[in-house]
Design a protein around this ligand. Structure first.
Ligand code: FES
Length: 121
């Protein structure tokens, strides 16, 4: 196990991502609400660049107390990113597919040492 340098934390603004290459592998690193997340850039569907598509707030249905729908809204707390090939959507915090939690991208640990950001590989 080793550590792959990503960049300085001040170079990595909230809401941004980096794609890093390690040999033949690619890892997508995200910064969201101050936290860092890293996942394999190979989509579990057909190997597309899973971390390179849209970063979007999750769409959720809100219900009234009687369980009737108030409609669809963008989540105020849950973000996801979508594979640009066919739209598989992954939870930003877990890497799980949002419709089937059993499906997930490989997750990597992210370390911050002072100003330096690393992915553990
Ligand atoms: S390869 Fe990612 S959704 Fe199909």
């Amino acid at each position: 196990m080793g550590e792959q340098y990503v960049c300085k934390s001040f170079e990595f603004k909230d809401g941004e991502r980096r794609i890093i290459r390690i040999g033949d592998d690619e890892i997508g690193v995200f910064r969201h609400e101050g936290d860092f997340f890293a996942y394999s850039n190979y989509c579990v569907h057909q190997g597309g660049p899973a971390c390179e598509g849209l970063i979007i707030a999750r769409v959720e249905e809100r219900l009234r107390p009687d369980k009737t729908s108030m409609g669809l809204f963008f989540s105020e707390k849950d973000m996801s990113f979508a594979c640009p090939w066919h739209g598989y959507e992954y939870d930003m915090r877990t890497g799980q597919h949002i419709a089937d939690r059993r499906v997930r991208l490989r997750k990597y640990q992210v370390l911050q040492k002072g100003e330096d950001i690393y992915v553990v590989v």
